[in-house]
Design a protein around this ligand. Structure first.
Ligand SMILES: *Cc1c(COP(=O)(O)O)cnc(C)c1O
Length: 403
């Protein structure tokens, strides 16, 4: 999006505000589906948790995506956004049997990631087909906070427990219609991903009723100019070909599924904030903004890098800044970052603010969560209002009369 368009949105809806560009979401989706055009049936299930605004979910539905969900509430949002139950897969971790049963009742595809629940669910509902989440114990990349395939990971059923899965399936007569892995974020090495896929193919051979194989996600997107990103085209060629070969051996065409979150929405998002103060100290220059980890926690939580531009003075001389928030904690967004000269009142723009940004926002320090805007066909649509004081007080019960 152009700086002019972003500034107009900040002035119309106020800042801080999240802005999502539907065109970018669409082009990412097209790139992914094109990379796998050699595969008979490809299913892209958007991982709702990356950005779960109802209008964004509706847009994903419009693009032809299915939906990957991790809570019964996300399932409900998906249904409200127009997804049919059979277009939704429920891939939670550590949830109760009751929550899985609720999702199954709604008609969504269940994905089970532990033996205990598989046994219980299978015994009670042998006629409801389920998918199995396997942990292949392969680190596909990224750091340990976003890798979920390693040996200590809480996600999935260990590949070494395959005999036990098969035994439970046999005893309960439950039909396993899908097999799944998700090795975590930031796949850099395609060969490592292919290696993990081979483990999944090997396991898949043991199940007779498969309809799909789900390879999860973790596609890496660039956060800065020098960043390497997953070569989707190469992955599409290699994995697609291997998948077709597998289907031939299996004797039946299966669906190849993915569940990208970040890949579809990260780069589509911009986060606009206002500079409250420029503070010169003995060691640095702070740019203090009207936001903090209550709105965007990724830099503090994962050490994530988000590019920061000064929209108000794009051609200004670059200087080094520490960009910090207004929360009464250390909430540093960037240290020693070169940014075009900043004055108080300037609007700064954080890039890659589509995935895992608004969704992790909180009311810490009793601040409002920001507004969200979807930029679609050259028009700005408000898709979430900024919170108000009433929102902060909602659900609180004042027992002042007791004192
Ligand atoms: C979070 C999650 C995803 C999405 O991961 P991205 O890195 O955002 O693409 C996919 N599958 C499962 C099971 C997830 O929990």
């Amino acid at each position: 999006m152009k700086a002019k368009e972003l500034l107009a949105i900040a002035s119309e809806f106020g800042a801080p505000v999240y802005v999502y560009d539907s065109e970018k979401i669409k082009s990412q989706h097209e790139r992914l589906t094109k990379a796998f055009q050699n595969v008979g049936t490809l299913k892209v299930n958007y991982a709702a948790k990356a950005l779960s605004n109802l209008s964004v979910l509706r847009f994903m539905k419009h693009l032809g995506c299915g939906l990957d969900t991790v809570s019964i509430q996300e399932v409900r949002l998906g249904l409200d956004a127009g997804f049919k139950p059979e277009e939704i897969i429920f891939t939670p971790n550590g949830v109760s049997l009751e929550e899985l049963e609720k999702a199954a009742e709604l008609g969504v595809q269940i994905n089970i990631d532990n033996l205990s629940i598989l046994e219980q669910f299978g015994s009670k509902h042998p006629t409801i087909p389920v998918c199995i989440r396997i942990n292949p114990h392969v680190m596909a990349g990224g750091n340990s906070k976003i890798s979920v395939g390693h040996i200590d990971s809480k996600f999935g059923i260990s590949i070494h427990q395959l005999p036990h899965i098969l035994r439970i399936a046999e005893l309960t007569k439950i039909k396993i219609n899908g097999i799944h892995m998700h090795t975590g974020s930031d796949i850099l090495d395609i060969d490592v991903f292919i290696y993990a896929s081979e483990i999944l193919f090997d396991a898949a051979k043991k199940f007779q009723d498969l309809e799909f194989i789900d390879f999860g996600s973790g596609f890496k997107v660039p956060y800065k100019e020098s960043d390497i990103q997953t070569n989707i085209e190469e992955l599409g060629n290699k994995l697609g070909e291997r998948f077709n070969e597998f289907c031939k051996d299996y004797g039946k065409p299966l669906t190849l599924a993915f569940e990208p979150g970040k890949y579809l929405v990260s780069e589509a998002g911009s986060f606009l904030v206002t500079v409250n103060v420029v503070k010169q100290t003995t060691s640095t220059v702070f740019a203090g903004i009207d936001s903090g980890f209550n709105h965007l926690i990724r830099p503090m939580f994962y050490g994530a890098y988000h590019d920061i531009r000064n929209l108000s003075n794009p051609n200004g001389k670059e200087r080094f800044y520490s960009v910090v928030g207004y929360i009464c904690e250390t909430d540093t967004f960037a240290n020693n970052r070169r940014i075009a000269e900043i004055s108080e009142g300037d609007i700064l723009c954080f890039s890659n603010a589509g995935a895992y940004c608004f969704g992790m926002a909180s009311n810490y320090n009793s601040r409002y969560r920001p507004a969200e805007v979807l930029w679609h066909n050259g028009q700005a649509h408000l898709i979430r209002e900024r919170e108000t004081y009433e929102d902060l007080k909602r659900n609180q019960i004042d027992i002042g009369t007791q004192f």
